[in-house]
Design a protein around this ligand. Structure first.
Ligand code: ZN
Length: 293
């Protein structure tokens, strides 16, 4: 594999997630923080108009606009569709190669702690994730990659793409602890890449706990799409905790519990994420995998 030559760090892909926005501002004010000996780092604000407006997006979710077809389709004219093509241009080198590593900084209202989302299960991604989590075992690793499911998020523009999600953080707010943890993880990844280029990362196998996406659960809804229940109090904030068949996941407004009916134990994440009500997602379901990479 060729050395890592270019790294991009993005924040503000969602305009109301202040952690990434203020971290990008800091990195742009103090460029030495992201400077490393053997690759170039660039920073960018994903959705400047939404950042100014203090909103997640203007017309549609930018982080769903990076599908290959969408990027080629010049008839798509809403702000985020156009912005996605501009970002692609910004990240291309001489109009041809993708950036080697892309880090996209997000926050969530869910109790996700500090999570690295892997765009693919390429050995390079898995080794990096295992190394970073060995430095800090509290970091959770989530893979959204699944055969036949295209990654349409910003991280897909990198040869190796990672989203960093921290939470719970309310939209439009800063949480100093989460800000520092995000900065720490970015620094850890940049240091790793520098060492990797220098051949200083050992080949020893490492253990890795990976939460692999398997599906989503929506809220119970009526024909008009109105939700009929809330996340059950016993499930609230229980991201990455085993959910067993028969356990309650929703509570109706009349106080009736609705149980999880699948017959396998899975691990929900993004439970009660505010921005996912409109997407028809009450939580993602993941399978917990213990790997050696
Ligand atoms: Zn986000």
């Amino acid at each position: 594999m060729n050395p890592i030559q270019r790294v991009a760090i993005a924040g503000g892909t969602h305009g109301n997630e202040l952690t990434g926005i203020y971290l990008i501002n800091k990195f742009e004010q103090f460029p030495h923080l992201t400077k490393r000996a053997n690759f170039k780092t660039q920073t960018l604000l994903g959705n400047p108009k939404a950042v100014s407006a203090g909103r997640r997006y203007i017309d549609k979710d930018l982080n769903r606009c990076f599908g290959k077809q969408n990027l080629k389709d010049m008839t798509l004219s809403c702000y985020e569709e156009i912005r996605a093509k501009i970002i692609q241009k910004i990240l291309e080198h001489n109009g041809q190669s993708p950036v080697d590593v892309l880090l996209d900084l997000h926050s969530t209202t869910s109790n996700m702690g500090v999570t690295i989302i892997l765009g693919s299960l390429h050995p390079f991604n898995l080794r990096l994730a295992a190394y970073i989590s060995s430095m800090n075992p509290l970091i959770k690793l989530y893979s959204s990659a699944q055969a036949g499911r295209e990654d349409v998020s910003l991280k897909s523009l990198g040869k190796f793409g990672f989203t960093i999600e921290v939470g719970p953080v309310a939209p439009g707010t800063l949480n100093a602890e989460m800000f520092q943890k995000t900065e720490e993880i970015v620094q850890g990844i940049l240091d790793y890449l520098e060492k990797w280029n220098q051949g200083k990362i050992s080949d020893d196998k490492m253990p890795l706990t990976l939460y692999q996406y398997v599906g989503v659960i929506d809220y119970p809804r009526n024909e008009q799409g109105k939700i009929l229940a809330m996340i059950h109090p016993q499930l609230q904030c229980r991201d990455y905790t085993a959910l067993h068949p028969g356990e309650p996941i929703f509570l109706t407004f009349d106080g009736e519990a609705i149980a999880y009916t699948q017959n396998t134990t899975l691990y929900p994440v993004f439970i009660n994420e505010a921005a996912y009500y409109e997407k028809g997602i009450a939580m993602y379901l993941t399978e917990k995998q213990e790997l050696i990479v």
